[in-house]
Design a protein around this ligand. Structure first.
Ligand SMILES: NC(=O)c1ccc[n+]([C@@H]2O[C@H](COP(=O)([O-])OP(=O)(O)OC[C@H]3O[C@@H](n4cnc5c(N)ncnc54)[C@H](O)[C@@H]3O)[C@@H](O)[C@H]2O)c1
Length: 260
């Protein structure tokens, strides 16, 4: 185990799966106490067990990121169990892979509610706790769509919007020693792209279980392969650590060149 996050207490939304899970495991291995805050109450506790079985400190809270009440309870639980909150990673997001014509108002609202309003509510809930701690690092998640919009209005808007939210947070809270950055992944091999869930429906025409879809994503990546969740976790680790003490308001792309 390393010590790059010694003394840190981190809330990770979407921590039950994919990139959030990889981050929770890496953060715990680097000395942080982690709160896996996720809507999935079956998978979340399993990640807690994976961490505690290897000597790490972890807690699960059932959080729907769109609920301010849930956020208050999550921050209180993390502080009560582990002490002062220093770190927030907003990973939970949503997508519907449909054309502009096919995107309904309901889909648009769901994408923006989970990906953007969810991060805003998380920041609002975490800031008073980070003030008490005297320092903080918030890391949000963007996408290739942060840089180069596709044709999906909700996803494009949420992933450009999250850059604005990141910059506004960095400007507002820098004077209080609280940083905020964005990590923008490329094509990452997670259930988000493979499985069909309420927040990220896929079928054979969109899932990377379909070799054609996998091939297309790899071909759009100059480095010639999918990104692994652990590679995203390392970027979050850096930005969450004191090594990044003067980095705020930035967008760190971890995409193998896919956004170029
Ligand atoms: N996989 C990719 O290629 C990719 C690329 C760029 C950005 N992203 C972003 O990453 C995030 C998804 O992460 P992943 O790829 O590891 O996916 P994933 O499906 O493996 O994990 C997403 C997690 O978010 C949780 N979640 C969904 N809705 C929630 C809510 N309302 N409240 C709390 N938790 C909720 C799910 O239960 C799940 O555990 C999204 O923000 C997405 O836009 C993914």
């Amino acid at each position: 185990m390393g010590q790059r996050l010694e003394g840190k207490v981190a809330i990770i939304t979407g921590g039950a799966s994919g990139m959030g899970r990889a981050q929770a495991k890496l953060f715990a291995a680097e000395g942080a106490a982690v709160c896996i805050a996720d809507i999935d109450k079956e998978a979340g506790p399993r990640v807690v067990s994976e961490i505690t079985e290897t000597g790490g400190r972890a807690l699960f809270t059932q959080l729907d990121v769109t609920s301010a009440e849930h956020w208050a309870a999550t921050v209180a639980a993390a502080e009560e169990q582990f002490g002062q909150l220093t770190t927030l990673c907003n990973i939970a997001g949503a997508n519907y892979r449909v054309s502009f014509d096919e995107q309904t108002e309901e889909m648009w609202r769901t994408i923006l509610e989970i990906s953007l309003t969810g991060a805003f509510l998380g920041i609002k809930a975490a800031i008073p706790a980070m003030r008490r701690a005297g320092n903080g690092s918030i890391v949000n998640i963007g996408s290739i769509a942060t840089d180069r919009s596709g044709t999906n209005p909700g996803y494009a808007t949420s992933k450009v919007g999250i850059l604005g939210l990141t910059r506004a947070t960095a400007r507002a809270y820098g004077p209080e020693n609280i940083r905020c950055n964005l990590v923008s992944p490329g094509h990452v091999d997670t259930p988000f792209l493979r499985r069909s869930t309420a927040y990220s429906p896929n079928d054979w025409s969109t899932s990377i279980d379909n070799p054609e879809n996998l091939k297309q994503r790899v071909e759009r990546t100059p480095m010639g392969r999918m990104v692994q969740p652990e590679e995203i976790a390392h970027a979050f680790l850096f930005l969450a650590s004191d090594e990044a003490g003067m980095i705020t308001g930035t967008n760190l792309k971890v995409d193998g060149g896919a956004s170029l």
